[in-house]
Write a protein that binds this ligand. Structure first.
Ligand code: GLU
Length: 480
């Protein structure tokens, strides 16, 4: 059997969105699972909307996510070039074949004529489509029009009264009748082929065995099948994966928040978490476990377990998955990952002053509170900002018995402040004062941070060190 070969074929008309990333991922997962290959092809035949910057951003996003390809843009290969606008000479050969065999013909209809035809069909209650007016042009008429400098399109003639069947690997059997379809354009008047034509030539010449793409392309598939037929090309397998909906079950759009991968990267979601999250949009592993590494997902992936029903983009789930992946990162490594976010924050100077040990205490203090890396800036304010009191903290500090606890804490404060030592010290204080742990922890937290909730106290105190911690507590005793 031939080696499995898939492709991801984005149009560089915008950044890589969640949906595109999911398509790329499913292709990659199948290729890796089956020890096959993946091609990256750029479908840039929409000259007005395609941009090199988008192509670059798409590639950057794919690499960030951890998707690799052995053939195509950036990787080379023997079936190039891999940008459609650089393949025009290749397409020309097949266009000529279709013209010669009578499957395609020149069409000189103007926009106005087409619109008139459309309206007339609608008035008669028929599906608007091209009715084949230019099909009957004689060679002479055609030459005459070309001589006049008219720029024709080339249309593919749809076989009449035929049913096309796709045995889709996700959707099952889907059939399409040609009766309501009009002859469609395969070359635009500017000489550039359309997607439906170019995709067939490329998938065939690049040896693609499995076309995995978004459901929105299912309706294009019959037109592509006709071209495969007309050129006697062997068909690939098709798998159309379902739409992605927002949490309100409407088609995912900007209304639902960030939609492009770079936005998530910049917020500090982990690539492995995004990989994990995207894989679960439409696919599910056999067991209950949902937190999986890329390697585990690759090993478990199959198209049989890809659902037909739409996937829902659930930000809470992404956040949860990201937190689970964050937990697995060593503090030192996490510290390195968080540095750039802190350096860009208003606390850059303060962070610079911390030695290595204190920096790692800071990371320990806040790490469990992070949903994504950029959150770090929300959680370090308590450490670096001037002491100010929340109402609830003020109330706690005014309770009876608080002052002696704070004074006792200051008087026995150990010289060396490491979180472990502090934990031991606070424990001994609780014993000595014969009070409940919360009657030490809560006043202490309120006095030192001005808040009733926050990062783990022993770590927090370790970041400040003895002098600063005592200063804060004394301030609180005096003010309150
Ligand atoms: N260029 C198409 C898109 O970005 C790809 C369609 C396909 O995979 O066939 O939607």
């Amino acid at each position: 059997m031939n080696k499995l070969k898939v492709r991801f074929a984005p149009s560089p008309t915008g950044p890589l969105h969640i949906g595109g990333a999911r398509s790329a991922l499913f292709n990659y997962l199948l290729a890796e699972n089956q020890k096959g290959e993946m091609v990256l092809r750029i479908e840039d035949t929409d000259l007005d909307r395609s941009k090199r910057e988008y192509e670059e951003e798409i590639i950057e996003s794919l690499k960030w996510l951890g998707i690799e390809w052995a053939e195509g843009i950036g990787a080379g290969g023997e079936n190039g070039p891999y940008r459609q606008t650089e393949r025009l000479a290749i397409y020309q050969e097949y266009i000529q074949k279709l013209l010669d065999s009578g499957h395609a013909y020149y069409c000189f209809c103007t926009e106005e004529e087409l619109e008139k035809e459309r309206q007339a069909l609608i008035e008669r209650g028929e599906t608007p489509r091209y009715t084949g007016k230019c099909w009957g042009l004689t060679a002479e008429e055609r030459e005459q029009k070309l001589a006049q400098g008219l720029k024709p399109t080339i249309r593919f003639q749809i076989p009449a009264h035929k049913i096309y069947i796709v045995d889709d690997l996700v959707r099952g059997r889907v059939s399409f009748a040609t009766d309501d379809m009009g002859d469609f354009i395969i070359v635009k008047s500017d000489g550039i082929p359309t997607y439906n034509f170019a995709v067939v030539i490329d998938d065939f010449l690049m040896g693609i065995t499995h076309v995995i793409r978004a459901e929105e392309h299912l309706s294009n598939t019959p037109r592509q099948l006709m071209i495969y037929d007309a050129l006697n090309f062997k068909l690939p397998e098709f798998a159309h994966i379902s739409l992605i909906l927002g949490s309100d079950r409407q088609k995912m759009s900007k209304r639902h928040g960030a939609t492009s991968l770079v936005q998530y990267r910049d917020m500090g979601y982990l690539p492995a978490a995004m990989f994990n999250f995207l894989s679960l949009m439409g696919w599910s592993p056999e067991g209950e476990e949902e937190i999986l590494s890329p390697e585990e997902i690759i090993a478990a992936f199959s198209l049989e377990r890809v659902a037909k029903s739409p996937a829902v983009f659930d930000l809470d789930k992404l956040n949860w998955i990201n937190q689970q992946h964050l937990k697995k990162i060593e503090t030192e490594e996490l510290g390195k990952m968080l540095k750039p976010y802190l350096e860009k924050s208003g606390y850059a100077e303060e962070v610079k002053k911390l030695d290595e040990g204190k920096y790692s205490f800071l990371i320990e203090a806040v790490r469990d509170r992070l949903v994504c890396l950029s959150d770090i800036t929300k959680h370090v304010g308590v450490i670096f900002d001037d002491l100010s009191y929340e109402d609830e903290a003020r109330q706690v500090l005014q309770e009876d018995g608080v002052r002696p606890v704070l004074e006792a804490f200051i008087s026995g404060f150990p010289e060396l402040v490491s979180p472990d030592e502090l934990k031991k010290y606070i424990k001994s204080l609780i014993k000595e004062l014969k009070v409940k742990p919360k009657n030490v922890y809560m006043p202490l937290r309120c006095a030192i941070s001005g808040q009733t909730h926050g990062p783990d106290l022993p770590y927090l105190i370790s970041v400040w060190g003895k002098e600063e911690s005592i200063r804060r507590i004394k301030d609180s005793i005096q003010t309150l």
